[in-house]
Structures are given as C-alpha cells and as structure tokens.
Design a binder for this molecule. Structure first.
Ligand SMILES: Nc1ncnc2c1ncn2[C@@H]1O[C@H](COP(=O)(O)OP(=O)(O)OP(=O)(O)O)[C@@H](O)[C@H]1O
Length: 336
C-alpha cells in the first residue's frame, strides 16, 4: 500500500470571540493512494476542518503538524500564481517528486510570519475553481516541495453546489476554466473537455447544458456539475465534504454511485466526509471515526461496522436506524 498523504500530529485551532477552539487535536493517519476513505462523526467533530486543512483551505486557523504528500510528477502542468504559496519553491522545481519517492512535506505552523499574504480572518474571495473556493494561500512552510494545488491535485466537492458554482457564469465555462487553467488547454480544447465531463457525470443534453446557468438546474444536477468541475484537472485526491447531505435520499444514492464510478474510472483517492455511517459504509473501504476533534478509531469498513473497538463507534452504529437496511444505492437498482 502506497501512501498518498501521511498526516502527523495535525492540530487545528480557530480563534473565536477572543478565545480559541481546538477543532482538531493531534491527528495522525495515512491516506492510502487509491483508497476510498470515509471520515465520519457527529456535527462539530472536526470533519470539515480536517478536509479543509488537507486541501490547504484554512487560511485563518492556527495549524500545527505535518503532512507529507506523495504526489506524482506534475512537470508541465500549469499552476495559477494565485494558488502557489508565496514561499513555495520556484516552479521549475515542481515535478521532481515521483510517487513514493520524494515526499512533499508541509511543516505547518512553525515560525508563523504575520506579514504573510494570508487573507484577513474570515476573508474569502468567493470565486470558485474546480469545486474549490479560491483564496490566497495560507503561510505554509514547505520543507522539500510540491505541496498539492487545490483544483489540480485535489478536487473538492462541497455540500451546497449553489454556493460553490458561480451563479452568473455558464456551467460549461466554469468547468472549461478549470481544465484550461490547470491543464494548459486552449478554450476550444477546454470546452471539448467540459462537454466530455458533462457526459461523464450524466447530465442530460450536454451540448445545451454547457450554456446553462446553475439556477436552471436541479440540486442533484448542480452537484453533478460541481463534481465535473472538481475532477476537470484530473486530481489525485477527491474530497467530498457532505456532498450528498443537501439532497433527497434518491438523488443522494445517485450521487454516491456517481462518485464511486468516477473515482474508479480515474483511479482517484477519495476522502468522503459524512455524518452518516450507513452511507459511509456503502462507499468506503476504510472508515475513520472522529469525535470532539480527535480520531477515535480507523479501520477497514467491515471491522468498524461489525466489530468496533470503541464504545463511541458502537453508539454511532446503534443510533443509525438504516444500517441494517438494504444499502441506499441498491434500493431501486439505480445507476450513476
Ligand atoms: N471558522 C471557524 N471559526 C471558529 N470555530 C470554528 C470554525 N469552523 C469550525 N469551528 C469549530 O470547530 C469545531 C469543528 O467544526 P467542523 O465544522 O470541522 O465540524 P464538523 O464535524 O464538520 O461539523 P458539521 O458536520 O456540523 O459540519 C466546532 O466546534 C466548530 O464550532
């Protein structure tokens, strides 16, 4: 098993009302390349904080610990200047790191420099790119290099597609822009790619859908578009943060099936964040259980479901009425 990312002693603290909130406390685990890993826990357990920290999308929190990335070479890939950390190595250095050979190490939180270009607390541009909300990078300290680039190495699907899609830009352009930016395509090439992606996420009539605006689509269709944008640059890691929670049960099952299919087709690693242990157990090969910012336990899905080591996991299982029922995605023979 090859690690895609090795997370060690990750601690995240937010500042709130003059005090501090420890959202994650000394978290250590590996993300295995190609696996489907679910992060589950009740509200406030730190799931979203973990997802955002891994994606480098926590500009205003205090982050300590280390993430080693084992990313494939990206030589030739184009990185938009706005998402390169200001102290990152020169772009010529990016691409020297091969999977499993030269990890990119982010040592976070050492010697924080307040003159960094990080945005003011709470500031976000609101602009979307590859399913990621673009922001100026936090001050990450790079030991060796090639930190992952949001949108290119990591695709992010949020709970609310209405918030992650630009309401005044045709959806084809939103997807094409990701492909153009990160893959260095021309606009015509990027639009061809966008159409292929709309077909892959099974949006009806992809040709006219290219010109549609988000408000012309249903919630499930918008999430399909958000997923298409998230995978447009061929990320190694796809993070789905409660990506189905805002959808009704039937559409939820469709989106889960879609994510499963796309992850398999593209050989992506999946981090599936959910409060729903039943949903997680359908999709994930391993489950990590979080509570109060701590990792309670992590193991293969059958072991977590059938023989949890921790009482808290058992409580979560007992609380879930639907776990013994037929998996959601099988209920009506649905396909992605
Ligand atoms: N921007 C923030 N500023 C201050 N505190 C925050 C911020 N974001 C999250 N928190 C706090 O950090 C803790 C973890 O929150 P987080 O959103 O990561 O949990 P979660 O498991 O994803 O919850 P949910 O399922 O409700 O989204 C909570 O106590 C939350 O109130």
């Amino acid at each position: 098993m090859t690690a895609l990312a090795v997370i060690r002693d990750l601690t995240v603290t937010y500042r709130r009302d003059g005090g501090e909130v420890a959202a994650l406390k000394h978290i250590s685990f590996d993300i295995v390349a190609g696996e489907r890993l679910a992060i589950i826990g009740e509200s406030g357990s730190g799931k979203s904080t973990l997802a955002l920290a891994i994606a480098g999308l926590l500009p205003s929190a205090k982050i300590e610990g280390k993430i080693d990335w084992f990313l494939p070479s990206t030589l030739g890939a184009r990185a938009p200047p706005s998402v390169l950390p200001d102290i990152s190595p020169s772009r010529g250095e990016i691409g020297r790191f091969a999977v499993g050979r030269f990890p990119a190490t982010l040592v976070i939180g050492e010697g924080r420099d307040e003159s960094a270009i990080s945005p003011l607390e709470g500031e976000m541009s609101g602009r979307t790119e590859g399913g990621l909300v673009e922001h100026r990078p936090q001050k990450l300290f790079t030991r060796s290099s090639h930190p992952p680039l949001g949108g290119r190495d990591i695709g992010f699907v949020f709970q609310d597609p209405s918030a992650s899609l630009d309401p005044v830009m045709p959806i084809g352009k939103q997807i094409a822009e990701v492909a153009r930016t990160h893959l260095g395509l021309t606009w015509p090439q990027a639009y061809t790619q966008a159409k292929i992606l709309l077909e892959r996420v099974r949006l009806p009539d992809p040709d006219s859908a290219l010109r549609a605006f988000p408000h012309q689509l249903s919630g499930g269709q918008k999430q399909r578009v958000a997923i298409a944008a998230a995978i447009a640059a061929g990320p190694k890691l796809l993070i789905a943060d409660e990506a189905t929670s805002a959808l009704d049960t039937i559409v939820q099952a469709d989106i889960v099936a879609l994510i499963r299919r796309l992850v398999a087709e593209d050989g992506m690693t999946l981090l599936f964040i959910s409060h729903d242990i039943a949903l997680a157990s359908e999709l994930a090969e391993r489950i990590a259980v979080f509570r109060h910012g701590q990792l309670v336990e992590l193991g293969p899905t059958p072991r977590i479901i059938n023989a949890p080591a921790e009482a808290y996991t058992r409580t979560l299982l007992d609380a879930h009425i639907g776990l013994d029922a037929e998996p959601l995605s099988n209920r009506s023979g649905r396909h992605a």
